[in-house]
Write a protein that binds this ligand. Structure first.
Ligand code: SAH
Length: 210
């Protein structure tokens, strides 16, 4: 169920859906997604679907993780990346070797502790974690070459654009439940170019931390 053949089938499916970046496809092939979900769900880990990870949260669908990663690195390898919504850490693991350092914020402490442990077991060391509310970004390390948000606010938090370096990209789902769109903003000469990447379904970006 977690064999090379099962993973290859997922990669083929993502290619058919338009994921073309070989470095991204390689990460989908090599990151052991079954370790990021409960054992009871491990047999479904290489299906292209979101799965529960506890506390009402989900591990994102592989297609969406691939799409967001591809959009984030489209302009070249980002040195500093801010990730809002560590969750189980799967997106973090996929992105890890494709950028310099990831600064990752999660509002649920228990979920982030598990992610931190697992990423260390997978020998992923270029991640700095913060247990906190990502609504205001992480100004201390700004500006970022990339910002990836994996939970959806109803409207774009403008402060995130302010933390984007020139040439940097922000990839974020925006909108209320049932009407979210994945959007990529590129910081270009003081302006922000905006690209619509299609309809998505994410858990909401919430206030505060627990
Ligand atoms: N990136 C994960 C998916 C995470 S689901 C993956 O690879 O599968 C979204 C995560 O965002 C949840 O863990 C949720 O707790 C977190 N989240 C929601 N609002 C947040 C906020 N304001 N700040 C930080 N994290 C938040």
């Amino acid at each position: 169920m977690t064999s090379a053949r099962t993973r290859e089938r997922l990669v083929d499916r993502l290619k058919r859906q338009g994921i073309a970046d070989e470095t991204v496809l390689d990460r989908i092939r090599n990151v052991p997604r079954h370790l990021f979900v409960d054992e009871a769900l491990a047999s479904r880990a290489y299906e292209d679907t979101a799965l529960p990870i506890g506390q009402g949260q989900t591990i994102s669908q592989p297609f969406i993780v691939a799409r967001m990663t591809e959009a984030l690195i489209a302009g070249g390898r980002p040195e500093k990346v801010l990730e809002i919504g560590t969750g189980c850490g799967y997106q973090t693991a996929v992105l890890s070797p494709l950028c310099g350092t990831i600064y990752s914020i999660e509002r649920i402490g228990a979920i982030q502790r598990r992610a931190r442990r697992l990423l260390r077991e997978l020998d992923i060391y270029n991640v700095r974690f913060k247990h906190g509310d990502g609504w205001k970004g992480w100004p201390t390390h700004a500006p970022y070459d990339g910002i990836l948000v994996t939970a959806a606010p109803p409207n774009l938090p403008e402060v995130l654009l302010e933390q984007l370096a020139p040439g940097g990209r922000l990839v974020i789902p925006v909108g209320p439940a049932g009407r979210q769109t994945l959007v990529a903003y590129t910081h270009q000469g003081g302006q922000f170019e905006c690209e619509d990447l299609g309809a998505v379904s994410f858990v909401p970006l919430l206030q505060g931390r627990t």
